[in-house]
Write a protein that binds this ligand. Structure first.
Ligand SMILES: O=C(O)CCC(=O)C(=O)O
Length: 299
């Protein structure tokens, strides 16, 4: 059961009423990998609570926001670990520059390659783990009405295996009201059916276009919809949410439909998260993901 929320969740201006919401099921990282795999296959996701040391995740949050101290993004003289938004327009050019510097930094790379993570994924993926170089790190301001629309990740990675696994890591506590990821319950089967449909529609396109998440047969940004309540109604499903804590990680399947909601944090904190993709190095790798993420990537 979801705890009563302090506010109505919304995404891209569409409110999500409580009857369209449910709670994600937590999983324990110490459980046998076979059991976790079964859960992942059945649910399309795994919410692994307390997977990373909380102090290390908090330290990285501090490190990230410290890089933005000269941009006007944060409340002056606040602790960067809090990530408290200034409430004012930042220097966008400088903030983008700082973001791209973090993306290319050893600190971020080593955070994404935390030994606990890649070692777990080796067992989970059944072979040597490969981390895609395109790694995305996002911050979301309180009140920003544009949020990630409903999609499944394979549309962006059609040039390789469909056995990759996305790891979404909240960098800092992320209570539901802060707008973390929500998952459409049971939707990995629907994602698979949708992808089969797209593959058919894309058949007549030139090979490069066929793989493209932004080709003429796809929706805005490769998304299925921005209207989360309508999508839940259409599929007779609901959106599963959670109070994520620093140290938790989410694993989700390439077909699992997910989205984000507006950050409505009462304390005015920025939501910070990274989403990265791991796969077995022996499976086919989508060559388009072998460069650093940039803001022009539309992801
Ligand atoms: O953090 C977000 O807003 C989107 C993340 C996402 O789509 C993913 O992890 O695949």
């Amino acid at each position: 059961m979801l705890r009563p929320l302090e506010t109505t969740l919304e995404s891209n201006h569409y409110p999500l009423s409580p009857n369209l919401l449910g709670a994600l099921k937590p999983s324990h990282p110490a459980h046998p990998v076979g059991e976790l795999l079964e859960q992942y296959q059945a649910q399309g996701y795994l919410w692994l609570q307390g997977f990373l040391p909380r102090s290390e995740v908090e330290a990285f949050r501090r490190h990230f926001f410290r890089a933005f101290e000269d941009t006007g993004l944060l409340t002056p003289h606040s602790d960067p670990a809090e990530g408290r938004w200034s409430g004012q327009a930042e220097d966008r050019t400088l903030a983008s520059k700082r973001l791209m510097e973090v993306v290319r930094s050893a600190a971020y790379e080593s955070f994404c390659l935390h030994p606990r993570l890649w070692q777990f994924l080796e067992g989970f993926l059944g072979g040597p783990a490969y981390l895609h170089k395109r790694k995305i790190i996002r911050y979301t301001k309180p009140g920003d009405k544009s949020a990630t629309g409903a999609h499944y990740d394979l549309v962006y990675l059609r040039g390789g295996t469909d056995r990759f696994c996305t790891v979404w890591i909240p960098i800092g506590d992320c209570p539901i009201e802060m707008g973390g990821l929500v998952y459409l319950e049971g939707s990995h089967a629907k994602g698979q059916a949708l992808e089969a449909q797209f593959a058919q529609q894309n058949q007549l396109l030139p090979p490069e276009e066929r793989l493209n998440a932004f080709n003429k047969n796809m929706g805005e940004n490769g998304w299925i919809s921005k209207n989360l309540p309508a999508l839940a109604a259409k599929f007779g499903s609901r959106w599963l949410a959670a109070d994520y804590q620093a140290g938790d990680i989410m694993l989700h399947s390439p077909y699992m439909i997910h989205a984000a909601t507006t950050n409505q944090d009462a304390l005015g904190r920025l939501r910070l998260s990274t989403d990265i993709r791991y796969q077995n190095v022996r499976d086919e790798i989508d060559a388009r993901w072998s460069n650093h993420w940039t803001l022009e990537d539309m992801l």
